[in-house]
Design a protein around this ligand. Sequence first.
Ligand code: ADP
Length: 541
Amino acid sequence: MPLLAYALQRMAHFVGAGNLVGISWLSGIALVGFVGRGACQYGQDALMAKASLRVVLALRQHVFRHVQTLDLDYFALSRTGDLSYRLTEDLDRVGEVVHKFFHQTVPDVLVLVAVLGYMLYLNAPLTAATLAIAPLVGLAIGWFGERLLTSSRRSQDRIADLASLLTESLGGIQTVKAFAAENYEASRFGTFARLNYEARFRSEHVKSVQYPVVGFLYALSVIIVFWLGGWQISAGHLTGSEFVGFIAGVALLIDPIVQLTDNFNHIRQTQASLDRVFVLLDRHPQVQSHPQADILPVIQGKVEFEGVTFSYPSGATALQHVDLQVAPGEAIALVGASGAGKSTVVKLLPRFYDPQAGRILIDGIDIRSVTLPSLRRQIGIVPQETVLFSGTIAQNIAYGQFEFDLAEVEHAAKIANAHDFICALPDGYQSSVGERGVNLSGGQRQRLAIARAVMLDPKILVLDEATSALDAESEALVQEALDRLMQGRTVFAIAHRLATVRNVDRIVVLEQGTIVEMGSHSELLACQGRYAEYHAKQFMR
Ligand code: ADP
């Protein structure tokens, strides 16, 4: 850049002197220089784009892995839309700034330093006059930068609100339509969209005030330079062409300074996004593998709860002094009113939460002393609602495995009474399911969940009975599949409707987080206690 200023000064001199040879030489050199600059620029652009995109890629993968380790409660309290916004848009913004920083900020600073050096060499007093305004400019940029950060934080939060609302209302579109609540949702959306608009406008407004203020300060310094330059020329300290060279330097400063200001604004705005991502990284899960944790060896399936007391982080006490021994291969059913603590018992087994007091042993080993994956891989869960991921039926049955044997998948599906309906689908095991896939009935989805558990072949099985009733035929198929799945495994069945109770060895009755009765179906009926009451209520309906 100083070279350009120097060249302009020489050119002015040649033009003034009518030196055509000099003009031609200089033009030729300039042309070659510009072609070289273009080539370098291409190399730099491509390289910088790659570097910044790689930063985003690495950060995104890291953040996603980290988010997956967070406790279940964190997900219960966070909104999916907000989380996905942090992992997509917020991270993209960070990438843009990294790109800008290396692509523009660093070269701009280098140009600035070089041009200033050249100007100092040309005329130190004039350069000092140009720079006199710099602290004021710095202060103004800093002050506006703070405002921009605050307004950007608000703006990013509002956009994330909007993303959350979208996920929520489009995810629940069936309910929206069923309640004819389209106008209600549109109005909620409108309110959020307006808040987003206002926050964005505040951000842009800060910039639109900043640019004229800073621009005025630049103009002031240029006026000072002209005034001082004129004075130096009239005093004979400076020639006209030297002044042109100096002014060319000043002109060369404008571009990098404007861009630096702009980039500084951009960095401030992006800091809000970066903060939102780092808040996630600063969170650490309560439940994690101990650094010296061992791998849980292949288990027999003996489970012991010893004086287990547990409250949810939100404060609700869910279990109090629960003592329970389950032998390998034994099937127990957990029975009790809604909120009695049935689900909590089975959530503690795979360490979704750790109890505050007492301990849980599997084959005599405290589950807190083993690694989480080795524990969780030996516990199969057939949940109330089967979650299918986008992909094929086969991939869903072999969920979590990168490579699998299709014959094994088919075998699992046969045990789960799912093979026949899968074969009747247009693409069989390769049919797509998930959000945009084939529609499956509740019973079919459950049988897929059972096939999934068969594939895992766990020694401990958790069955969360579906609360919604299936039709008789479907129920019989599911029950038959469950009976096969339960064989040879330790089973914890949460019986919401007492339908599963028939097939278990022992029934555990819970009330307000404590075990109040335990025994076989006939024993419990005979003792005429809580279980007998539940039983009578269900079958009287
Ligand atoms: P059940 O499965 O028998 O219906 P739960 O084990 O789900 O009962 O719940 C036991 C108690 O813990 C209830 O009082 C319930 O409100 C509370 N609870 C359940 N899950 C949570 C949670 N994620 N956060 C806070 N409290 C919870």
